[in-house]
Design a protein around this ligand. Structure first.
Ligand code: GDP
Length: 180
């Protein structure tokens, strides 16, 4: 009697090395492994009994929209963006360039979904590396507001609670969007 009647589909987008895979693995397994296959683009499927929902999370293999890998990656990302109900936009607080890729990625999502509300969160990952911080929290908050989402600082490495809170928030936003 605990069969979820709706699947929440999320895609995780962000520059290479920001910790997309680490965040997904942390969320779904509560673990941090340390070394991840680069550019997996795997699709993860889980049921969250506590929330009575089934969940699919798409990791993305290539990031930079101007990637030399070209059309293959672009097409794969486009398909994922088209497919998803909610978007996790990730940068690393230790990497200013990764912060600057967020807005173009969001604009790309907007081109694929030109109308309507887009459930989105912005995650500043690697918050355990405070001494290497290049992006202040208030910049993350400002950008998130611009995108119409909430900003979370998280550490896939050190802190399960921060990661869990961010993903769960987005799941609830997506479920709310189903109702409207
Ligand atoms: P992706 O390319 O965005 O999927 O990034 P990965 O998940 O492969 O992570 C890239 C690197 O950053 C790996 O060496 C991870 O161990 C490391 N990493 C990921 N998340 C964190 C974090 O929260 N803190 C720290 N210190 N390192 C992290």
């Amino acid at each position: 009697d605990c069969v979820p009647n709706r699947t929440v589909k999320l895609v995780v987008l962000g520059a290479s090395g920001v910790g997309k895979t680490a965040l997904i693995v942390r969320f779904l397994t509560k673990r941090f492994i340390g070394d991840y296959e680069p550019n997996t683009g795997a699709l993860y499927s889980r049921t969250l009994d506590s929330e009575d929902l089934s969940l699919q999370i798409q990791d993305t293999p290539c990031v930079s929209l101007q990637d030399d890998e070209g059309l293959y990656c672009q097409e794969q990302i486009n398909r994922s963006i088209y497919w998803a109900d909610g978007y996790v936009l990730v940068f690393s607080i230790t990497d200013l360039r990764s912060f600057h890729t967020v807005q173009p990625l969001y604009q790309h999502v907007r081109r694929i979904h030109p109308t309507g509300n887009i459930p989105v969160i912005l995650v500043g990952n690697k918050s355990d590396l405070l001494r290497a911080r290049q992006v202040p929290s208030h910049q993350g908050e400002t950008l998130a507001t611009t995108l119409g989402g909430v900003y979370f600082e998280a550490s896939a490495r050190e802190n399960h609670v921060s990661v869990h809170g961010a993903f769960l928030h987005l799941c609830h936003e997506v479920i709310r969007s189903f109702g409207s």
